[in-house]
Design a protein around this ligand. Structure first.
Ligand code: GRF
Length: 208
């Protein structure tokens, strides 16, 4: 039997995408196992959800910066993920920019989910950016992580209509729901080896 595909998940927040992925694994929709969950926020919901599922979950003290990890923290992140022998690093609401050593250690094996149809509205509060701009359709994007902000090759996208009476909260809620479908689908495709990458272009193996 082939070795199970090993996921390391990193997040800073409530962890609803983590839960969606964990539930998809339990339901047999993703042929993978979650071998490590890390958070830069000691009280983050993602750690709580992981512990409830008896998965290894650890707090990673981020150091003194607000938007990135201190060098020692980034080294510890790399060391812990390497020790856990992860095949894929899944960013699920991780709110700090990751830099050189981390990106080199897991080149081509880091994915993220962003709450807009990239390349529109990278950065923070993408749902609010979409609402303020007046687009009629937005959504979410799963992409590989590179050195830019939300700029890596796009793996999958799901659309969400913007409704006339949407507030930032109602729109964000519907985008979140779309994320919970899209992210497990993309992680499953990666775990199954159904994704091939040619520069910026990502292809899905046709379903047989
Ligand atoms: C999601 O909206 C995702 O797009 C963004 O961070 C949020 C994480 O939410 N990158 P959750 O912690 O998975 O609920």
């Amino acid at each position: 039997m082939s070795k199970p595909f090993r996921l390391g998940v990193i997040g800073s927040g409530q962890g609803s995408n983590f839960v969606a992925i964990a539930e998809a694994i339990t339901a047999g929709r993703i042929p993978a196992e979650i071998v490590l969950v890390l958070s830069d926020v000691e009280t983050a919901g993602i750690l709580e959800h992981a512990r409830q599922r008896q998965l290894p979950a650890r707090y990673l003290p981020p150091g003194k910066f607000r938007t990135k990890l201190e060098e020692a923290a980034e080294q510890s992140l790399v060391a812990q993920l390497e020790a856990a022998q992860v095949d894929l690093v899944v960013l699920a609401g991780f709110m700090r920019v990751l830099k050189g050593d981390f990106l080199r250690a897991f080149a081509g094996r880091i994915v993220n989910i962003h709450p807009s149809l990239l390349p529109c509205f990278p950065g923070l509060q993408a749902w609010k950016q979409a609402l303020d701009y007046g687009v009629k359709v937005t959504g979410c994007t799963v992409h590989f992580v590179d050195a830019g902000i939300d700029s890596g090759a796009i793996i999958g996208q799901q659309t969400v209509p913007v409704l006339d009476h949407d507030t930032p909260e109602t729109l964000h809620r519907r985008i979140h729901q779309a994320e919970h479908e899209l992210y497990p689908r993309c992680v499953a495709a990666l775990a199954q080896g159904d994704i091939s990458v040619h520069g910026r272009l990502v292809f899905w193996r046709p379903k047989t």
